[in-house]
Write a protein that binds this ligand. Structure first.
Ligand SMILES: Nc1ncnc2c1ncn2[C@@H]1O[C@H](COP(=O)(O)OP(=O)(O)OP(=O)(O)O)[C@@H](O)[C@H]1O
Length: 334
């Protein structure tokens, strides 16, 4: 946390303001500096006059935040507020075109690039919380710090939930049994109401409806993904969701992203779909195994997205009519 700017500390831990007040540290105007840089502003005389012990201020802040979290009853153990990717190198060993990228909860980041460029590799680096120990040399920080080993090596504290194109069930269970197993393992107080919420959300994403008595093995590809997305959003403890190409999944992609983001997750998705790429707040461009740049989705692109959505609705409509066996006419599509 010591390398964070003051505004980031305040954004992530708003109650830390009282720490600055109690220590009579007027941080106004220094928000874009790190705490250390701010403390460096004081002359020796000022430090002495105001009884400021720089080392103590720096080391006491995390302790104060931990105590406040305990006092306020905030679950600290699994709380992930941000994910930072530190640059590695591309397939030719050239340093990546960014230094670090921090993503906060409720943000969507898309990953674009040609086939084989390294999109899945980036997702894998995040999944394993790479520490300069993968082919890309990238490192991952959680809440600004080296991730605790529990994220890397524990099976029940999974940092990441993965949603991929290929999702097949091998268990012979109904949707009810499957969700119940998950809810019970997560010690949910009222499993049935959570299960009902998940099936409702899943049906909201899937084209063809299904119910709790449907065996999971007979769900279609789109229905399985809708169920997994709803389950991840509502029941999974993993704070980060990695999505590998859901464009052909036969589900409502926009609603799927909205569902994940409203449940406070960090969402990263590799995609070849312009709609999904532009729905993100930022997009990572991958070339030859390295991140070549990170682009903020511009206002113009957000406007263009509306046009693309209209075109997409038209194509979806045509697809549905063709599925139903209709003959397409301009009246029908109009
Ligand atoms: N920086 C790197 N250094 C070395 N190898 C890399 C690097 N980045 C990716 N690779 C390797 O390149 C191969 C292709 O990468 P990857 O599968 O991630 O591509 P992709 O963009 O997901 O492709 P697709 O769009 O086809 O799914 C993988 O074997 C991966 O491990």
């Amino acid at each position: 946390m010591t390398n964070w700017t003051i505004s980031r500390i305040l954004e992530e831990y708003p109650y830390s303001m009282s720490y600055f007040e109690q220590n009579k540290l007027d941080i106004t105007g220094f928000e874009n500096q790190t705490l250390e840089e701010y403390l460096d502003h004081f002359s020796e005389v000022e430090l002495e006059d105001q009884a400021i012990d720089k080392e103590k201020v720096l080391s006491d802040l995390p302790v104060y935040i931990e105590q406040m979290q305990a006092f306020l009853g905030i679950e600290k153990k699994n709380q992930v507020l941000s994910l930072t990717i530190l640059a590695g190198h591309d397939k030719s060993g050239v340093t990546e075109g960014f230094e670090e990228l921090t993503i906060h909860t409720s943000q969507i980041i898309s990953i674009v690039g040609p086939t084989g460029s390294g999109k899945s590799r980036l997702l894998a680096d995040i999944e394993w919380a790479a520490q300069n120990d993968t082919p890309t040399g990238r490192s991952i920080r959680i809440n600004g710090d080296v991730p605790d080993n529990k994220w890397r090596f524990s099976s029940n504290n999974r940092l990441v939930a993965q949603l991929s194109q290929n999702m097949n069930f091998v268990m012979d269970l109904t949707v009810q049994d499957f969700l119940n197993m998950h809810a019970v393992s997560r010690l949910v107080e009222d499993p049935q109401s959570v299960i009902n919420e998940i099936i409702k959300a899943a049906n909201n994403l899937a084209g063809e409806k299904f119910d709790l008595t449907t065996p999971v093995t007979s769900l279609s590809g789109g229905q399985s993904r809708a169920l997994m997305i709803a389950d991840t959003a509502i029941l999974s403890s993993s704070p980060i969701v990695l999505i590998d190409e859901i464009e052909n999944a036969g589900i409502d992609r926009k609603k799927a992203l909205e569902l994940l983001v409203t449940s406070d997750k960090i969402v990263l998705m590799a995609t070849h779909d312009p709609l999904l790429a532009l729905m993100a707040d930022k997009r990572i461009v991958i070339k030859n195994g390295g991140i070549s740049k990170v682009i903020h989705t511009s206002d113009e692109e957000k406007e263009l997205l509306k046009e693309l959505e209209k075109m997409d609705t038209l194509i979806q409509h045509a697809r549905q009519e063709l599925r139903k066996g209709s003959n397409l006419t301009s009246d029908l599509l109009g």
